[in-house]
Design a binder for this molecule. Structure first.
Ligand code: GDP
Length: 298
């Protein structure tokens, strides 16, 4: 299936290398654990999360008196699944109207993710509207329009340089008039400094709270898995300036270092709701820890 296919590189970078280590040993010792530690760190799991995993593994090896390296695989899988399943929450747009504010720095796959979501909800028979709230780049507006046309959904846009708040205001007005179920808003992706970002997003958030209290609000932060630990630090920065309700981790198909999802899960206290495993419309998936770990360890 697509998930398994999308995780091919991650499997090579994580699971295949774990298996190589386990095969190289006849008994479970300190050296084996050190080798596993290196695999995890190389796969962008991050130092803290890796230490945590190895500690848990040591504990379980001791309590279950595990001596066969092959038995370590299942324990490691369980520990990873345990980390990933914490706060497993799906993106829920069953409330109508729902407004989804997409935040994240440029290039992470924000527009693509908006397009994929629009396609998904439109296919489900929902009335979808897009708002081109990133007015700083003409290209961002154009690209969002390409997706709107592709998915056959309406878009509210102003000219480059316009006030993002005004775009969102108009989009809310249009949503009410047209009976929109899901309004998906792009926002500016420049992260010059925190106060600057806080200012820009703050204005948009205030308008949403004031003008659209009947809507369920989702704030999705999009981060790029191929940027490794940068994805973790971006998530931490955005969390400081706005209330993120979920993460979309894109481009997992493009990296052998898919371990970043573990770092994100354990170091950022926000549920991963979506994962991107390819460029096609159907490559945006709800994150489900069990299927994810099963695909990775298959
Ligand atoms: P934005 O600047 O954040 O809006 O980023 P875009 O949506 O324009 O995406 C940047 C690039 O990443 C584009 O070439 C997308 O096709 C690509 N992209 C986005 N999501 C994924 C994904 O899950 N997998 C892969 N392989 N590419 C993706």
């Amino acid at each position: 299936d697509r998930l398994k296919q999308g995780l091919t590189k991650a499997k090579q970078g994580i699971t295949d290398r774990i298996d190589e280590v386990l095969k190289a040993y006849t008994k479970v010792d300190e050296e084996l654990l050190e080798d596993l530690e290196e695999v995890l760190i190389t796969a962008d799991v991050g130092v803290n999360t890796t230490m945590d995993i190895i500690e848990k593994l040591e504990d379980v090896i001791r309590t279950k008196k595990i001596t066969d390296p092959q038995d370590v695989r299942e324990e490691l899988k369980l520990i990873i699944e345990d980390i990933l399943s914490k706060d497993d929450t799906k993106l829920d747009v069953s409330h109508s109207p729902t407004i989804i504010l997409m935040v994240g720095v440029n290039g992470v796959g924000k527009t693509t993710t908006i397009g994929k979501l629009a396609h998904r909800y439109k296919s489900e028979g929902k009335k979808v509207l897009l708002a081109a709230g990133d007015t700083f780049r003409a290209a961002a507006i154009d690209q969002l329009e390409v997706w709107a046309n592709r998915c056959n959904v309406d878009i509210i846009k102003h000219q480059e340089g316009a006030d993002p708040g005004a775009v969102i205001f108009d989009a809310i007005k249009a949503s009410k008039a047209r009976g929109v179920d899901v309004l998906i808003c792009d926002t500016a992706g420049r992260l010059h400094n925190k106060s600057n970002l806080m200012n820009e997003l703050g204005k948009v958030f205030k308008i949403v709270d004031r003008e659209y209290p009947e809507a369920k609000k989702e704030v999705l932060l999009v981060v790029d898995a191929t940027t490794g630990q940068n994805a973790v630090s971006q998530a931490k920065s955005f969390k400081e300036v706005c209330d993120i309700t979920g993460l979309a981790l894109t481009k997992l198909d493009g990296t052998a270092k898919g371990g970043v999802i573990l770092a994100v899960k354990s170091e950022v206290d926000v549920p991963v709701k979506l994962i991107g495993v390819g460029e096609k419309m159907e490559d945006l998936q709800d994150f489900d820890s069990k299927s994810f770990v099963d695909a990775l360890f298959s």
